[in-house]
Design a protein around this ligand. Structure first.
Ligand code: SF4
Ligand code: SF4
Length: 371
């Protein structure tokens, strides 16, 4: 009988919830901001060191610095993905850009544990996008969200790009052509080629970057949400990560603050658990929830919540541990000597890479013939 009354009250909206207990947890926002700033500063430092290395190459060893920061290989995700595939196939860590391989493994590992954390905690592009989005929102007081009929097709673009890379590397390339590419002069100095891509920027590339800048002001995280294939890969890992945000429907007061603050437009206030490729584990929703024990991280199948500070610990310690392993194992600096860099630098403009499926097939044939 009592059950029936309770149900009837609930159906008629008369049920009264107990006074909500205030969320006592301190927000992680400043910690995340600190990690983002530290990581971006590290990237800038690496960029400056690499600039002097390229100056050294350009001057034939006269000026600049002979030190090449291996961390620059974090900006070579395709080469690192190929290196990862090569490692899984042969058990051998390829001598070119091994730091990139360790960085990729670190990013994949932390993403498997807590989802797409790299995007909101470490990625400098994600950080810039977030700053631009925050700035635009502060100025206009609005957050523009595209209608679903446009949002979904645009979001699929990054998966198309990812599918192209995955198909080309894992399905189109043979073991011989994979090795041939990793050994090629283009790959050996891919970091230098990347430097010149940004340093000698063409008018078209500049226009593309400027457009992305403006679009990121208009639509939050434009690059990350619609175009970044790296983010697409990490987003897929959200579905295999055992830890996710869960909402306690009993204690939730339906204030909608979590959904309002979510930079990925996820309707956190309407779901039991966040299952989305767009969630970047930024923890903003958990931070803003005003009710205790309502929005929490939980491991699938376990009732006990996970302290949200563990997210920060896994991201920072996990990343440092895996890249540190690369350093102490002696692989970090790679096997391309400064003399080889100096030699290949002279011919850098002649080096290219396959740009389509037919060129990959050509590479396959050449690699098979040269076996
Ligand atoms: S659901 Fe929460 S953690 Fe995920 S992106 Fe939105 S605000 Fe961040
Ligand atoms: S922030 Fe979200 S989960 Fe927390 S009480 Fe409000 S609607 Fe419920």
């Amino acid at each position: 009988m009592t059950d029936k009354i309770a149900r009837a009250e609930k159906n008629t909206g008369k049920a009264k919830k107990a006074k909500p207990k205030k969320n006592p947890e301190k927000p992680l926002t400043n910690w995340r901001l600190g990690v983002q700033i530290a990581f971006s500063a590290l990237c800038i430092w690496i960029g400056i060191e690499f600039h002097f290395f390229v100056e050294y190459l350009g001057s034939g060893g006269e000026t600049g610095s002979a030190y090449r920061p291996p961390g620059v290989e974090g900006f070579l995700p395709i080469s690192s993905l190929m290196s990862l595939y090569y490692w899984t196939q042969t058990g051998v860590i390829h001598f070119a850009h091994p730091a990139g391989l360790f960085i990729l493994i670190a990013i994949l590992a932390i993403s498997i544990v807590f989802g797409k954390t790299f995007c909101s905690w470490l990625c400098p592009v994600g950080f810039i996008s977030e700053m631009l989005g925050d700035f635009a929102e502060k100025v206009t007081g609005k957050r523009l969200k595209l209608p679903a009929w446009l949002d979904y097709p645009l979001r699929s673009l990054k998966y198309l790009l990812l599918a192209f890379f995955v198909y080309s590397i894992f399905f189109l390339m043979t073991a011989a052509s994979l090795k041939a590419f990793l050994d090629s002069p283009y790959n050996l100095i891919a970091d230098v080629k990347m430097y010149y891509f940004f340093a000698d920027i063409t008018r078209v590339s500049l226009m593309v970057i400027a457009s992305l800048f403006v679009l990121s002001l208009l639509i939050r995280n434009f690059w990350c949400r619609f175009l970044c294939p790296y983010g697409a890969l990490l987003g897929l890992l959200n579905f295999i990560s055992p830890n996710r945000i869960k909402r306690n429907e009993q204690s939730c007061i339906d204030c909608g603050k979590c959904a309002k603050v979510c930079p990925s437009f996820i309707k956190v206030d309407q779901v039991k658990a966040v299952w989305s490729d767009e969630c970047t584990t930024c923890v903003k929703c958990v931070d803003v929830c005003p009710v205790a024990d309502t929005l929490e991280f939980r491991t699938v199948g376990r009732k006990k919540p996970i302290d949200k500070r563990l997210v920060a610990a896994v991201v920072v310690v996990g990343f440092m541990a895996i890249t540190g392993l690369g350093m102490i194992s002696g692989y970090w600096s790679g096997g391309v000597s400064t003399e080889e860099y100096l030699h290949h630098h002279q011919y850098k403009d002649a080096y290219g890479h396959p740009t389509g499926t037919s060129e990959i097939e050509e590479l396959n044939e050449e690699a098979e013939a040269g076996k």
